[in-house]
Ligand binder design. Structure first.
Ligand SMILES: NC(=O)c1ccc[n+]([C@@H]2O[C@H](COP(=O)([O-])OP(=O)(O)OC[C@H]3O[C@@H](n4cnc5c(N)ncnc54)[C@H](OP(=O)(O)O)[C@@H]3O)[C@@H](O)[C@H]2O)c1
Length: 336
């Protein structure tokens, strides 16, 4: 019998790659989407679609009960749906935390026999590491998120651990890049135009993970014997913030004007824009003070040793290889 997996947020960047990786493993894949979701990256004929509305636990329960009657339980649920941008801080808690609670309650009430519930959290749920020692963020460190996004992910993690409804895994990926990602594309586009902007001139260290390495790890961990633990996911390399730009420049064969915007100036500008947005539009701007604090933090290094050790493998892509594939995809698909 094939493993049956429900992958939520399947229409998104990470979700669409999770679907592909699960299909490659020979699993029966149910792509959790919304009515409004774009299925552009979900074209494989073997994908089953499952329209879900996480705002109502009752409706979800009815859907899962009906599904179980006809098809049986899911073996795995990978809850990847989430938001990294929001109009209001409360939205982070509604979507990333309350909807996770609704999903778990509904699966339980429908008496689904789930072997593992995998929650895609974020390194943001830990908060940045020490800015003086540059020691990496590690499992077991106190989780001190600095943004509403990070706090909402931590709240969901705490709920999953506390209720202990199903065997679970919590995945904390660092910044993910790869084809189909529109956020990273913005930086690549600027470099392509000859600009290389950085926030602040302070030392900043980051970790990265290529989307295909992340999804291989997630599906591998779902199928492994690991339960009721967290995993930090990165490619294991420490990068200076400038080295991402350096690699992109080399691949694009571009020379750029490197601009370091003073952090204080950015903080004033963003705080001012945020006030205006909230007053006139009643929503947060794309770059909020919260987001700025997060992206300008000095230390986003992390320790993913446990992940690769438990998977008995290593990441398949170096930063250069991952960026090459990503940029090639952007060009082929006319995104660049
Ligand atoms: N990208 C990163 O660097 C990164 C790093 C760490 C963790 N993560 C986590 O990875 C997950 C996927 O992120 P991503 O980068 O792939 O984001 P994405 O491309 O924006 O995809 C988000 C997915 O979640 C779905 N979703 C959003 N709000 C929803 C709602 N209210 N109800 C149902 N579905 C909803 C979206 O559906 P629609 O298509 O219908 O909008 C989409 O399928 C998120 O949980 C994120 O926190 C991402």
């Amino acid at each position: 019998m094939k493993n049956k997996v429900l992958i939520t947020g399947a229409s998104g960047f990470v979700g669409s790659f999770l679907v592909e990786e699960a299909l490659q493993k020979g699993w029966e894949v149910y792509a959790g989407i919304r009515k409004s979701s774009n299925k552009q990256f979900l074209q494989h004929p073997q994908i089953h679609f499952f329209e879900l509305n996480f705002s109502s636990a009752t409706l979800l329960t009815e859907q899962f009960t009906a599904f179980k009657k006809e098809q049986g339980s899911f073996d795995y649920v990978i809850h990847n749906a989430g938001i990294t941008q929001a109009d209001k801080k409360e939205d982070f808690f509604t979507v990333n935390c309350n909807y996770t609670k609704n999903l778990l309650h509904a699966l339980k009430d429908a008496d689904m026999q789930i072997k593992k519930f995998v929650f895609i959290s974020s390194l943001a749920a830990y908060g940045p590491g020490n800015a003086e020692t540059f020691a990496p963020i590690e499992l077991g460190h106190q989780q001190l998120p600095i943004s509403a996004y990070g706090k909402s992910k931590l709240n969901a993690e705490e709920f999953i651990r506390l209720v202990d409804i199903f065997p679970f895994l919590i995945i904390n990926p660092t910044a993910v890049y790869g084809p189909r990602d529109k956020d990273f594309l913005q930086f690549v586009k600027l470099i392509n135009k000859g600009f290389e902007p950085y926030i602040g001139s302070h030392k900043q260290m980051v970790s990265m993970i290529y989307v295909k390495d992340l999804t291989k790890a997630v599906i591998g961990l779902a199928a492994s014997s690991a339960v009721n633990v967290s995993y930090i996911v990165s490619d294991g390399v420490d990068y200076k913030k400038e080295s991402i730009g350096e690699n992109i420049k080399q691949i694009l064969k571009k020379r750029t004007l490197s601009i370091k915007i003073p952090l204080l100036l950015m903080q004033i500008l963003v705080a001012f824009t945020e006030k205006l947005h909230l007053f006139f539009l009643n929503k947060l701007p794309f770059l909020s003070t919260d987001k700025l604090n997060e992206i300008s933090s000095a230390n986003w290094l992390c320790d993913s040793t446990a992940l690769w050790k438990d998977l008995h493998t290593t990441p398949g892509y170096s930063l250069k290889e991952g960026l090459q594939e990503t940029i090639q995809w952007y060009i082929e698909n006319k995104w660049l």
